[in-house]
Design a protein around this ligand. Structure first.
Ligand SMILES: [Zn+2]
Length: 155
């Protein structure tokens, strides 16, 4: 059984159980799933996003723009590559000094600038505890230069 969070064309939100995702598709297709509030059968799955720390929203549930279809992997990849390009052009790469740099800027020891680099999950967490916002970058982000340690090669 799968429980889906659903909403209707009237924006009523409810939950329903289905034997499988294909059963969900079929039942919605055939108009067998009704909104318990208004009875309409124009049902879609709610799009869920991870909890975000935002003092402005109590629920923590991020509402995505209403759209009939989710972006395809191609579209996501396009956006991701634009983001990577933008970060590469506008942000300084600071490598494993990221946590130090972010902290120094946070405490005003250093002028604020846009940086990206590597840090451990523990560092990211302690940064967050100190109120330093960090954003994990999408998977394909890689440092633009090989690590300087790699000088062992003979000839
Ligand atoms: Zn409804």
């Amino acid at each position: 059984m799968i429980k889906y969070a659903l909403s209707c064309s009237g924006d009523h939100e409810f939950e329903a159980w289905f034997p499988s995702s294909s059963a969900y598709d079929e039942q919605v297709e055939r108009g067998l799933v009704e909104c318990p509030v208004c009875g309409c059968t124009n049902i879609r799955k709610q799009i869920m996003a991870p909890m975000v720390r935002d003092s402005g929203t109590k629920s923590g549930k991020l509402k995505m723009p209403k759209s009939d279809s989710l972006p395809t992997p191609d579209e996501i990849e396009k956006v991701a590559s634009k983001v990577r390009e933008h970060i590469g052009k506008t942000h300084d790469y600071v490598g494993d000094k990221f946590a130090d740099e972010a902290r120094a800027m946070h405490y005003g020891d250093q002028e604020k600038r846009a940086v990206w680099g590597e840090t451990s999950a523990e560092e990211a967490k302690s940064l967050a505890d100190e109120g330093v916002t960090t954003v994990p970058l999408p998977e394909p982000f890689v440092p633009p230069v090989p690590a300087p340690k790699d000088t062992k090669k003979l000839n």
